[in-house]
Design a binder for this molecule. Structure first.
Ligand code: UDX
Length: 474
């Protein structure tokens, strides 16, 4: 017999900004569909959301939408800098979070009927199976990234890895089905640059990726139009895949249909947004500003930032630059030194610690995005129709930037040559000689936005996901 209450869905992201962003939007989409929702966040990030955002009032509109917290296993005052999550994952995070997740699921009322777990938290599949709860994994990285991670053992097996030094970087990789014509060694996920294929990070990434396919289904933040060939490959390993993205655009469509305010009026960021950059953008001509931001994890040496700065100053565009707290590696106070430098060139640009990124990308003054190619940033730029210059750092960013330049042809890939001359030239190519990239970015934006409109592929896939969750929860 069915339950006489709405199904209760638990959404559980990795405690990192890029993952929280898309998973909280998915939680809202499911709340709009009438499910009871619990969003399980790390205690530290929950407190940061409370401090910097209006999310508590925003979600109060959904009856039964609750926030619960869990420790990530590290002391609250741990710096959590650099690649802390991967480095601490197996020793601390997995054990602590697994134990707490299990306890929470045993005690929560009403009981959870379905878990949507971050695809990187494979332990949640073990817990769900032990407790007999259906589980769907959400991989927040790109399908290109997911499929490249999945294929690493095959690439090694075929003798195409390890990479044999810098002169080997342009060699084509032939063992990742769907990417044979454009994937070079330098475009593989950053972990593949390790000289030793027994590297613990490679093993972890492969383990977590392959584990995702043991869930009942997989959700990906993309559209069939963007990633069709790669999705077909992923479906050979995981038959039930829901491509429901871009989640930010899907949420906007669904909120509009309900006559609610678009989601970009509510913020879910872990740093305080500096809205003053919008007033600055208001004063700039259309498509005259390049927005420069490297996401929530990436950090940069002072030398690199100075190269970036010279490249921007020497180019013909104005810039809006995000320098996150602790973005610059090195001694304490480095961020301030760099900000002073930027202060001297105020007439050419504007600097903030954290920007309302989606509003920035949709501002008419913004004509390009110099990005680290994180998947959320890439999708947000595609939705807004803004061409990209890619300076990838790690994980899926190397392969994302290749797709931007070679598959979708909506920008330039700067990877491995990020000096001032290259920055200057690429900024001018994208911003001054705008025609080619603007046209392709606008076209791709239209196709992508259509996929989340009524009857579009992502729109239909979300409906199918909602229906399938209902059936799972009977
Ligand atoms: C990480 C990985 O880097 C990325 O490759 C992976 O796909 C997801 O997790 P992150 O590095 O933070 O995420 O990049 P990204 O995925 O682009 O997410 C950053 C988010 O922060 C975006 O949604 C962006 O809108 C937001 N942001 C960034 C702001 O709101 N303000 C800013 O100033 C900068």
């Amino acid at each position: 017999m069915g339950k006489d209450r709405s199904p209760h869905v638990l959404v559980f992201p990795i405690p990192l900004q890029g993952h929280i962003n898309s998973m909280i939007k998915l939680a809202e989409l499911l709340a709009l569909a009438g499910f009871r929702l619990t969003f399980l966040n790390s205690d530290l990030n929950h407190n940061r959301l409370l401090k910097f955002t209006n999310f508590a009032t925003h979600f109060a509109r959904y009856p039964g939408f609750e926030f619960k917290t869990i420790t990530d296993g590290l002391p609250l005052d741990h710096p959590r800098s650099g690649n802390w999550f991967m480095e601490m994952y197996e020793q601390v995070i997995e054990t602590k979070m697994k134990q707490n997740l299990r306890e929470m699921l045993l005690n929560i009322s009403p009981p959870v009927d379905c878990i949507i777990g971050d695809g990187f938290l494979g332990f949640s599949i073990d817990v769900a199976k032990e407790l007999g709860i259906p589980i769907i994994c959400f991989r927040t990285s790109s399908p290109h990234g997911f499929w490249a991670y999945y294929s690493i053992p095959d690439i090694i097996q075929a003798g195409e890895l390890p990479i044999k030094g810098s002169e080997d970087m342009d060699r084509l990789i032939t063992t990742v089905p769907g990417m044979e014509t454009y994937l070079r060694c330098r475009d593989l996920p950053s972990f593949c640059r390790a000289p030793d294929m027994e590297d613990p990070i490679i093993k972890l990434v492969v383990k977590e990726t392959r584990r995702s396919t043991q869930a009942d289904a997989l959700i990906l933040n993309t559209t069939e139009e963007l990633d069709g060939p790669i999705l077909s490959q992923i479906c050979t390993k995981c038959p039930t895949v829901y491509a429901i993205g871009p989640i930010n655009a899907q949420l906007n469509t669904r909120l509009k249909a309900e006559h609610r305010e678009p989601h970009d009026h509510f913020s879910n960021t872990l740093w305080e947004e500096d809205e003053s950059c919008i007033s600055w953008l208001d004063k700039q001509p259309n498509r005259s500003v390049i927005y420069v931001s490297f996401g929530s994890i990436t950090s940069m040496s002072r030398e690199k930032l100075v190269e970036l700065w010279y490249g921007l100053i020497n180019s013909k565009a104005k810039f809006l630059l995000v320098v996150r707290p602790n973005f610059v590696t090195g001694d304490e106070g480095e961020d301030d030194v760099v900000c002073e430098l930027l202060e001297k060139t105020k007439d050419r640009g504007y600097t903030v610690h954290w920007a309302p990124q989606e509003a920035v990308l949709n501002h008419p003054a913004v004509g390009g995005f110099l990005t680290h190619s994180g998947w959320n940033s890439t999708l947000e730029s595609i939705v807004a129709g803004v061409p990209m210059i890619c300076w990838p750092y790690f994980a899926d960013q190397q392969v994302n930037s290749r797709a931007v330049s070679e598959v979708w042809k909506i920008g330039l890939d700067m990877k491995d040559v990020c000096d001032r001359k290259t920055v200057e030239k690429m900024v001018n190519d994208v911003m001054v000689d705008q025609k080619e990239f603007s046209k392709s970015a606008t076209e791709l934006s239209q196709v992508t936005n259509r996929s989340v409109s009524v009857g579009g592929s992502s729109y239909n896939n979300l409906d199918r996901l909602v229906e399938d969750i209902r059936v799972m929860c009977l």
